[in-house]
Design a protein. Structure first.
Lengths: 410, 410
């Protein structure tokens, strides 16, 4: 039997999905599992998208151009203009999800051994896509005590070597919900300029900024227009994760030329997803506002609730729909497994993503979890109760198990 | 401006798509362009698939499992059983097109520098996917004079080194239409067994075998069940190229475990494509038969027509819907460009794919083109006429330009 590849062996198990078999078993035991582990919103897809799919009047479901349907790219350009992102249809390449956009960005700019710097915790699959490209992630840990703010620029500079080709950020951030300030983005710009790096900027959560602070796109930064590769997706914005439509945006012709070759090799992004994505760009502003308000409410409810549980701490996320919280446990991986395997509260449990998988450093995030507020407030209330009860009885809990208070009986 | 990757620079331009800008310009000049360059059938998608899309009754277009929807995988298993391919749902991983299946097969089994042997001419993107994986293709040329039969096993053995990890075949073959015989497949099996190699077998055209010779799947070969990685796609079978649904099938758990990690990183194959693909498996047998008969007729018409043109030679393809033909020209790349840029016949021209792009060796296929018979007979008749007229006036034509015969006038 021939050997499988070392690269495949090096690929990380998804921190979001690796415990899924335990969740399946819990369900088989009749336990209801609340999924806060995955960024799959429960909010509806825009009716415009669903109608566009129903109204498809084609006899043949053909390939589209490798770079995506032109009318979708034109409409995306207009959408970006609303955010003062000055790009044209020709700068936009439609991809099979944001995942493919990151993969093709790396494949087109990085060679094996090249390095990129990524502030962590970070979206776990960046590491996977770096492995696909043979590139090396050099990580800088943001910390929960700083609310996951950008680490000092000096920390970045310490990591820069002749092999450094870029910096990857996610803004608003998955998994932390952090939103980079203008000042922080300017520091990143100066670094990118000084060392002539690529800036890979994943901005799929731009619609979800809650604090009144402005969303600063990488394309708002002057003087590095040729260095920016922006990653986008309709998955979260329109609750269309299953369509697999994303985009890679670059004003750098050489980059686009390389990316297009990878696009041509895989022939075409999904036709029907593109049709639905294009229709979604016409979604009623009311629809977007309702979703936005829903997340605002959930965020407040969840974070308040978490911080009320003894020993739990969550900073206040400013965007996206995640938070990374610290739990009073010995090991969050074990705790998340235990929640699915050994615990239930009124025949229910909760599926959280251990945060260790969002760090490449093996010692980070050991008492942290990522929680996605993708369920309704009523469900989140149940989840908070489950978590509270679980922490009382989890064998590795660090919450003081005080002896029951003897009440004086008169 | 930072440098793009060498890997991206090494990626080949698609031989199928690289001349597309010339075709666009021809269309702008008002010239009708017949596309025989690309495997995009003009036959209808099954009505069952179109109906399934119209009937989608979901409010949220969610991720599916990374390995694909279970009911689709179960139904695919049943489909394969009809071809005596003994696989179960658990052996099948749904991919985003056959393209992703090849990519993940390579990524999961090959490390940078590993070698695979590919008989050529071969589907051009195998080379692209090998570059993605950092793997090296060692090619053996099949020849038009042998009708593109499998080259002698001794030729394969000459190429085997400690780095050799696999053999990649496409059967029925794109671009040649060749169908490997039982004897040839057994020779491949013996090689695979002797050197413990992977056998990557792209069998997306299995429904289209025209000569009564049996279709031999790699999974029909005894004793190498753990070595086979089968590639499939619904694109050609059901004229569903735009859905982007394929499959990777392996009975080797280690391979599947690695593949699944790449699948998890990209989260999910397209939801709607999977729904439509599942419905397609219920397509009326009449539908399949009509398509089959249509290709049978086109094949005969095209090949007869080609071989009637002076200096043109096409072997008789046994399957798929392509042929590689030899043309009486100095250089088929130049000729195909010239057809689009400098030639028209009654305001029409034809887009052919130069065969050089289907060989990795730089000196092969210089007077060959791939022709896809994806258009109706009436259109093929026009294309044959265009080709005939073009060869009369192409400056690099090798057809004897005889002086006009003087007719005796009484």
């Amino acid at each position: 039997m021939p050997e499988v590849s070392d690269r495949g062996k090096a690929m990380p198990d998804s921190p979001i999905r690796k415990l899924a078999p335990l969740a399946e078993k819990a369900k088989e035991r009749g336990v209801k599992v609340y999924h806060l582990n995955i960024g799959q919103p429960d909010l509806p897809t825009p009716p415009e998208a669903l109608a566009a799919i129903k109204n498809i009047d084609r006899k043949i479901l053909e390939y589209t151009p490798s770079e995506g349907i032109r009318s979708l790219r034109q409409k995306l350009a207009k959408y970006y203009h609303k955010f003062n992102i000055d790009v044209e249809a020709d700068d936009i390449i439609v991809t099979t999800g944001g995942s493919e956009a990151v993969t093709f960005a790396f494949m087109s700019t990085l060679d094996p051994g090249d390095e990129i710097i990524v502030p962590e915790p970070a979206y776990a699959n960046y590491e996977a896509f770096a492995i696909v490209a043979g590139a090396v992630i050099k990580s800088i840990a943001a910390t929960i005590d700083d609310g996951f703010a950008l680490p000092p620029v000096e920390e970045f500079e310490k990591l820069i070597t002749p092999k450094t080709k870029g910096i990857m950020i996610c803004n608003p951030n998955n998994p932390t919900g952090y939103l980079y300030t203008r000042e922080e983005m300017n520091k990143i710009r100066d670094l990118v300029k000084k060392y002539d790096l690529y800036l890979f900027s994943d901005e799929v959560y731009r619609e979800f900024c809650y604090t009144g602070s402005p969303y600063i796109s990488a394309f708002h930064l002057e003087g590095i227009e040729q260095n920016v590769v922006l990653i986008d997706s309709v998955s979260k914005r329109y609750s269309e994760c299953g369509l697999r439509i994303g985009a890679l945006i670059s004003k750098n012709k050489e980059v686009r030329r390389n990316v297009l070759k990878f696009c041509q090799a895989r022939l075409s992004p999904p036709l029907i997803g593109q049709i639905a994505a294009e229709a979604s760009l016409d979604a009623d502003p009311e629809y977007m506002l309702n979703n936005y308000n829903e997340y605002v409410n959930r965020r407040k409810f969840l974070i308040d609730g978490l911080n009320r549980i003894e020993g739990v701490y969550s900073p206040i996320p400013m965007g996206a729909f995640y938070t990374v919280a610290r739990l009073p446990v010995d090991n969050a991986d074990n705790f998340c497994s235990w929640l699915l395997s050994d615990f239930e509260y009124e025949k229910q449990t909760v599926f959280l993503a251990p945060a260790s998988g969002f760090y490449t450093a093996s010692d980070k995030g050991m008492d942290e979890v990522r929680i996605a507020y993708v369920l309704k407030k009523g469900d989140l209330a149940v989840c908070l109760k489950i978590l509270e009860e679980a922490l009382k009885v989890y064998p590795g809990s660090k919450v003081r198990k005080s002896a029951p208070i003897k009440e004086s009986v008169e």
